[in-house]
Unconditional design. Structure first.
Length: 195
């Protein structure tokens, strides 16, 4: 079972098939998918989220290989604003996306902190690895803020084409060393938003 997680401003709800209808119009945008793995089809099909959830994400969750959550603000728990997942794999352990209206608020950093805790504490994993396109500046900033480091540079295929990429890594000890300071920053950001 994938548990629900909570953060200061959000609820991370386990993915359900019925989430696909609400997710489809948010996800199927070039600004969202351009830096995702080239396995994501573009143009994105009208039933793309439904097919992915039904045929890939939900079976992997049932088998205990992946953990997928929808992101929802506590103030609007019925509305999906993005998604985050953890994956048991050699070079890819986490992925995420956030709908355009919610960019720039530190929400994904907050979600990353929650799933990092789950990865290292609940699942007992020792290392977290995340590949990303070098041009994906916002995603790279999240990795920097959460204490990750670049361990490999390469080229990789994305929806936007083949481009320079990096493999970011973090050990459980590195995460725990930066966690408190990161959460303090998230709390300050949330306080500023409330004012």
């Amino acid at each position: 079972m994938v548990p629900a997680l909570t953060t200061l401003r959000m609820m991370l709800q386990p993915l359900r098939l019925e989430d696909a209808e609400q997710t489809q119009p948010l996800f199927a945008r070039w600004e969202i998918v351009q830096y995702l793995n080239s396995r994501v089809p573009w143009p994105f099909p009208d039933s793309g989220c439904l097919s992915y959830y039904r045929d890939s994400a939900l079976p992997a969750m049932a088998e205990g290989r992946e953990w997928h959550w929808t992101l929802r603000l506590k103030e609007a728990p019925g509305r999906i604003i993005g998604s985050i997942c953890l994956v048991r794999g050699e070079k890819t352990n986490r992925g995420f996306w956030l709908g355009m209206p919610w960019h720039g608020r530190g929400l994904m950093t907050e979600a990353v902190a929650a799933v990092n805790d789950y990865w290292f504490d609940a699942l007992g994993e020792a290392v977290l690895r995340v590949p990303k396109a070098t041009r994906n500046v916002a995603s790279r900033r999240i990795s920097e803020k959460t204490g990750m480091r670049v361990v490999e540079r390469m080229e990789d295929g994305y929806v936007g084409g083949v481009m320079p990429a990096e493999l970011w890594e973090q050990t459980a000890e590195e995460w725990r060393a930066c966690r408190r300071k990161l959460l303090e920053g998230i709390e300050r950001r949330a306080d500023e938003e409330r004012r």
